[in-house]
Design a binder for this molecule. Structure first.
Ligand code: FAD
Length: 454
C-alpha cells in the first residue's frame, strides 16, 4: 500500500489530524491505524443506570477556535454542552474545610482562603524579585511572586488538578508560558492582568470566563466520547483499528511503516500521534537519539473514581465545580469534581456524580491499589470533607498508569532536542499531549499545525 499520509494513534491527536487532512488536503490519500480495537485513547464514556461516566478527560475549555471548528465541521455544534453557570464556585481544602476560591480582589481580601499574612504577601506581588533561573519551576515562580502560602494553597492544588503534577517539579516555561510572558512584558502579574482586562474591555470582551481560566468547560450531551464516535462514523473508510505501528524506517521518498499484522505500508508522511513512550519504540530504527529523548518524558499515573450517590445521602450542597486538595493537607485524594453540577445529564434525576482523582506525580503507588482500597480512600475522604451517608449507588474506576505527561524543568530543552532530530527526517511528524500542552485543545492545535506543514 502507498499512502500520502499515515497516522498512528486514534486518540484526539490522531483523529483531529485525520479530520484536518480530509478538510484541508482532500487530494491526499490518508489512513489512520489504531492499535486497540476502539478509538479514543484516554477519551471514553460509559453509560450505566442513567449515569454517564467519562474515563479520562471530561471536557475542554471553549477558548480554542480550532477545537470549536473541529466540532462544527463534524456537525456536532448543536450537541455541545457547556458547564452550568454555578461552576463559578470552586473550592480548596484548607485545615480540613472547603474554602471558596475568591473570584475578585475584594472577595480575596475578605476570604478565608489564606491567613492575613498570606494575603498581604500576595498583595506585594508587584514588588517581587526578578527571575534568576530561565527554566524555573511553577512552585518557585509562585513562591517568588505571591509567596509560599499562596504557592502551597492556590497554585500547587491547581497544578495537581490540571497536570496531576507536583508544582516543585514542573517547568513554568513549558506548562504556563503565558504567565512568564506576562511577567516579562509587564514586570508584574497584577499589572499584566489589569492591562489585559482593560484591553479585553476595550474589545467588548471579558478576559477569562466564569468556567475557569479563559473559558467555559465544554463537552457534549451524553459525554465526550461523542466526538470520537462522530469521527469514526465520518472517516470509517480511512481508519483501521486493531492494527498498530511497530516501526518506521526511511526509504527513498518517505517511510516504510511496519504494522502489527506483519504488513508494511509505504507512506510519504507519517504522523505519530501515539504517547511519547510508544513513539520512542516506533522511531528507534530511524533515529536512536530521537527515541532516547522521547523516552525521557515522564508520565504521572492517575486513577479516576466515579461515584453516584442519591442526593439525600450528601450533606453538602454541591454548588460548584468541586474542590482541590493542597498537598499540605495530607490526603490521598487530589480533588473531586462535582460532575453532575457541571453537566446535569451525567446523573439520573435525584442523584449526583463525583469524579475523584487519586495518584499523580507525587503518589505513584495509589494507582496500583486494589479497587476496594481506592474506593475506601475516596469514600472516607469525601465523607470527611463533604459528608456522606449510605453507600454509593454505583462506582466506576478508571486507572491510567501513563496518565498525564509531566513537563518537568528541562522540558523546553527536551523539545528543542526533539525538533532538531525531527528536522533530519522530513515527512516524520509528532502530535500528542507530551510535547506542547497536555489538554485536548493543545492536541487539536498541534495536529492542525502538523497538517498545515504537510
Ligand atoms: C484522567 C485524565 C483526565 C483528563 N482530563 C482532561 C480534561 O478534562 N480536559 C482536557 O483537555 N484534557 C484532559 N486530559 C488530557 C487529555 O485526555 C489528553 O491530552 C488527550 O486525550 C491525549 O490525546 P492523544 O490523542 O494525544 O493521546 P491518547 O489519548 O493517549 O491516544 C493515543 C492513541 O495511540 C494508540 N497507540 C498507542 N501505541 C500505538 C501504536 N504502536 N500504533 C497505533 N496506535 C497506537 C493508543 O491506543 C491510543 O488510542 C486528561 C487526561 C487524563 C488521563
Amino acid at each position: 500500500m502507498r499512502l500520502d499520509v499515515l497516522i498512528a494513534g486514534g486518540g484526539i491527536s490522531g483523529l483531529s489530524a485525520l479530520h484536518f487532512i480530509r478538510r484541508l488536503k482532500p487530494e491526499l490519500s490518508v489512513r489512520l491505524f489504531e492499535a486497540e480495537s476502539r478509538l479514543g485513547g484516554t477519551i471514553g464514556t460509559d453509560h450505566e443506570e442513567g449515569y454517564s461516566f467519562d474515563w479520562g478527560p471530561n471536557g475542554f475549555l471553549d477558548r480554542e477556535p480550532l477545537t470549536l471548528r473541529l466540532c462544527e465541521e463534524l456537525g456536532l455544534d448543536d450537541q455541545l454542552e457547556r458547564a452550568g453557570s454555578n461552576v463559578t464556585n470552586r473550592y480548596i481544602l484548607r485545615r480540613g474545610k472547603l474554602r471558596a476560591v475568591p473570584m475578585s480582589p475584594l472577595k480575596f481580601l475578605l476570604s478565608d482562603i489564606l491567613p492575613l499574612s498570606g494575603k498581604l504577601r500576595v498583595l506585594m506581588e508587584p514588588l517581587s524579585k526578578a527571575r534568576t533561573d530561565d527554566d524555573e519551576s511553577i512552585y518557585d515562580f509562585a513562591g517568588r511572586r505571591i509567596g509560599k502560602q499562596a504557592a502551597d494553597y492556590l497554585v500547587q492544588p491547581m497544578v495537581s488538578g490540571v497536570y496531576g503534577g507536583v508544582a516543585e517539579r514542573l517547568s513554568l516555561k513549558a506548562c504556563f508560558p503565558v504567565m512568564r510572558e506576562m511577567e516579562d512584558e509587564y514586570g508584574s502579574l497584577f499589572k499584566a492582568m489589569i492591562a489585559k482586562a482593560r484591553e479585553a474591555k476595550a474589545r467588548g470582551k471579558k478576559s477569562g470566563g466564569p468556567g475557569g481560566p479563559g473559558g467555559w468547560l465544554t463537552s457534549f450531551h451524553g459525554g465526550l466520547y461523542k466526538l470520537v464516535e462522530r469521527c469514526h462514523e465520518l472517516y470509517t473508510d480511512h481508519i483501521t483499528t486493531g492494527t498498530g505501528i511497530v516501526s518506521v524506517a526511511g526509504n527513498n521518498d518517505g517511510y516504510d511503516v511496519k504494522l502489527t499484522d506483519g504488513t508494511t505500508v509505504d507512506a510519504r508522511h507519517v504522523i505519530l500521534a501515539t504517547p511519547s513512550y510508544r513513539t520512542a519504540d516506533i522511531v528507534k530504527q530511524t533515529s536512536e537519539p530521537l527515541a532516547s529523548v522521547l523516552s525521557k518524558i515522564p508520565y504521572a499515573p492517575i486513577a479516576v473514581v466515579c461515584q453516584g450517590f442519591h442526593a439525600s445521602n450528601v450533606r453538602r450542597d454541591l454548588d460548584g465545580f468541586g474542590f482541590l486538595v493542597p498537598a499540605k493537607e495530607r490526603r490521598r485524594i487530589l480533588g473531586s469534581i462535582w460532575t453532575s453540577s457541571i453537566f446535569v445529564d451525567r446523573a439520573p434525576e435525584g442523584y449526583v456524580q463525583f469524579r475523584t482523582m487519586v495518584g499523580g506525580d507525587g503518589d505513584h503507588a495509589s494507582v496500583g491499589l486494589s479497587d476496594d482500597e481506592l474506593i475506601e480512600i475516596v469514600t472516607s475522604d469525601l465523607d470527611k470533607i463533604i459528608g456522606l451517608s449510605g453507600r454509593a449507588s454505583i462506582v466506576k474506576l478508571y486507572r491510567w498508569q501513563y496518565g498525564i505527561p509531566q513537563f518537568r524543568a528541562g522540558h523546553p530543552a527536551v523539545m528543542a532536542e526533539i525538533e532538531e532530530h525531527l528536522s533530519c527526517h522530513p515527512g516524520l511528524h509528532l502530535s500528542g499531549n507530551a510535547y506542547y500542552g497536555i489538554g485536548l485543545n493543545d492536541c487539536v492545535r498541534q495536529s492542525y499545525k502538523v497538517v498545515e506543514s504537510i
